[in-house]
Structure formats: structure tokens, C-alpha cells
Design a protein around this ligand. Sequence first.
Ligand code: SF4
Ligand code: SF4
Length: 288
Amino acid sequence: MSGIKPSVNEGRAACNVCPHGCLLAKGQVGLCRARGWRNGVVAPLSYGRLTSVALDPVEKKPLARWMSGHYLLSVGSYGCNLRCPFCQNHEIAQAGEEDVPWRYVAPDELVGIALDMRERNPRVAGIAHTYNEPLVSWEYVRDVGVLAHEVGLANTLVSNGCAEPWVIDELAPLVDAANVDLKGFSDQYYHWCGGKLSAVQECIRRLAAEPGCHLEVTCLVVPGRNDSPDEMRALAAWLASVDPDITLHVTRYFPRWKLQTPATPVRTVYELADVAREQLPHVVVGNC
Ligand code: SF4
Ligand code: SF4
């Protein structure tokens, strides 16, 4: 395992969880606000600190072709390593520990809650790590996954996919289903969101190669930013080259947080879904 390595750079500690590679002095937190300096290493300060808990249908994650009709105990913390101007969950995703109320829920407690729910409703399939960006506290996803699998519960992930490959490799065997954003198909678009396209592509490749992981991908269409047929054609062709069985969700943007551009016209979403269908058999329209 690669893991977190202390840096010799003036007592600062380096984080190698995502491409930002934050170098943190004592007391500092990283760009994601979820990890920070602790005893000379960068640790997941948001580990187990839940800000949001809900029982959601799997279709809401969204997962269109996995455990249809079932539910997932969906949990989120705070923090994210991207800065999408349209962030729908900015109240928690762009927050740090002092900004939002949270409660520590240890992995065994969370799995126990999911088990209780399943006893009352056999359609509770497991747990979803979602709402903020789960990979910035990937150790919690791992630890919950180990315990969930011991009792036959699923462990699922909704993520921006912007992490270093070793993180994905650690988690992939512990993830039964995932929906990863492929927000656009240009470095320029990812620069706007504060992420890195190549890192997300590598995440998608690795999850797609994991036999036990069902993978779906979401592209939110933002007017004037990533709504050209050529970009969607290239995105879908690349996904098809990875695995033509991947389901692509083409979803409609609504104004949120810093971006007040009017919502994507419904017709544009349907037209781009048709473009994607030239390459992929499983394309779903969302938010329309
Ligand atoms: S996970 Fe957070 S602390 Fe680590 S490099 Fe990324 S933004 Fe920085
Ligand atoms: S990746 Fe998701 S949670 Fe993070 S800023 Fe973008 S939309 Fe918000």
C-alpha cells in the first residue's frame, strides 16, 4: 500500500490522496478541508463525521442498472477536493469541520444501523457514500466496506473520481457499485471545476476493470460549457472504449451556488443523450 508519507520539507506533511498533493504545515487543513496535518502526517479529519444521513432509492444515486427497487443508507460528511461552481451540495461539500454540524458514527455503528434497517425492510441493500466527496476520507469508505461485506451488505460510492490511482485500487474490491462523474471531456472544463480529467479517467478505468464493481457514470450538461455534440461524442466514445456496458447518465443542470446560468434546456439534454447513444447502448436522461 502506498499510503500517506510524511514529508521532510520543514516539518510539513504531504498528502498523496488526490492530484492536488497538498503540502501542509502543522495545524493546516488541505484544499478539500477534510484532511489535515496531524502528528506529522496528513490524516482524514472528517473520518466518520457524518453531516447527512438518509435512506435513498438506488435510482436516486443514480444507479439505473443495479439492484433496482432497493434502497441504500446514504451518508455524507463535509469537504470536497473540487470547486464546481454549480455544486448542488455546497453547504457540506465546501464546508470544513467548524461550518456544519456533524456526529461521529464509527463504521461498526453505521453498519449496525443499516442491518437494523434491512431487518425491517429486506430491500435495504447496503450503504452509499455520497453527498460530499467520499474519496477525501477514503479510509472510512474502506472500513465501512470491510464490515458491510462481512454481513452481506453492499458498499457503494458516488464520487467525482478525482483521486490518485492507489486510492482507487485500495477501494475497488470493497465497492459493489459506483457512480462516478465524468463532468466534461476537456482539460479546460476540469480546470474550471478544480479537478483533473486524466485522474478521473484513470479512476473510471480501474473501477470498470474490477469484476465485483458495477459502474455507472454521470455527465451534468452545463449550457455553454460542456454542451457541444462533439464533446459528448468524444466522451461517449472514450467510455465505450473502456467498457461499452457502462451506463451513462446525461443530466440536466440547474442554477446553484456560484453559477446562475439558466437551467439546461430539456431538448439539449435529450439531444446529447442521443449523441451518446451512437456509442453506448445504456444512456439515461436525468433531472428532466
Ligand atoms: S485529498 Fe485533500 S488534502 Fe489530500 S491532496 Fe487532495 S485536496 Fe489536498
Ligand atoms: S465534485 Fe461534487 S461535491 Fe465536489 S464541488 Fe463538484 S459538484 Fe460539489
